[in-house]
Design a protein around this ligand. Structure first.
Ligand code: FES
Length: 166
């Protein structure tokens, strides 16, 4: 259930819009940030806040690459599969990531750390092949560079967990 302060904040923001549905993506992103993904509960809450139907919210959510209707890992890796990256080694990059993480495209690692998804061109064509990690772009990728990025992310997660557990 949405905390009262977040609900009030969203309601105040929605009140400023000429048409609540203009803010549908912002509301969905805020709910996703709270729940970790856009759960069915979040879809119902977004629909109620925006005075839209759940079907409309679901359709919009499906349309946006960075809105996740299923649970995702702590780090969501989007690998660019558009033309330039594809010509510059997308398949090799995808296969390397899949092997290192032991998941297929669309999957999440058992430890909940990584989800692997495709994405259309992220505007980094001059540094292809490219990928996003939690929407931060990495380019000129090689297997070695990918390994270093994954190691860094694992280390960050470990440090954050140690800090939060006191
Ligand atoms: S085609 Fe991959 S970043 Fe443009």
């Amino acid at each position: 259930m949405l905390p009262a302060d977040l609900r009030e904040k969203l309601e105040r923001t929605i009140e400023t819009a000429d048409h609540p549905r203009e803010l549908a993506v912002d509301v969905m992103m805020a709910l996703q940030e709270h729940y970790g993904h856009l759960s069915d509960e979040a879809v119902a809450e977004a629909a109620q806040l925006l005075d839209m139907s759940e079907v409309e919210i679901d359709e919009l959510a499906t349309f946006y690459t960075f809105i996740y209707r299923e649970p995702v890992g702590r780090y969501v890796i989007h690998v660019c599969d558009s033309l330039i990256c594809w010509m510059d080694g997308y398949e090799k990059l995808r296969d390397h990531l899949a092997r290192k993480l032991n998941i297929a495209m669309g999957g999440t690692t058992d430890d909940g750390l990584f989800t692997l998804l495709p994405v259309c061109c992220v505007g980094y064509c001059d540094r292809s092949p490219a990928m996003l990690v939690n929407r931060r772009v990495h380019g000129n990728l090689t297997p070695e560079k990918v390994d270093a990025i994954l190691d860094g992310l694992r280390e960050s997660a470990r440090s954050a967990d140690e800090t939060s557990s006191g």
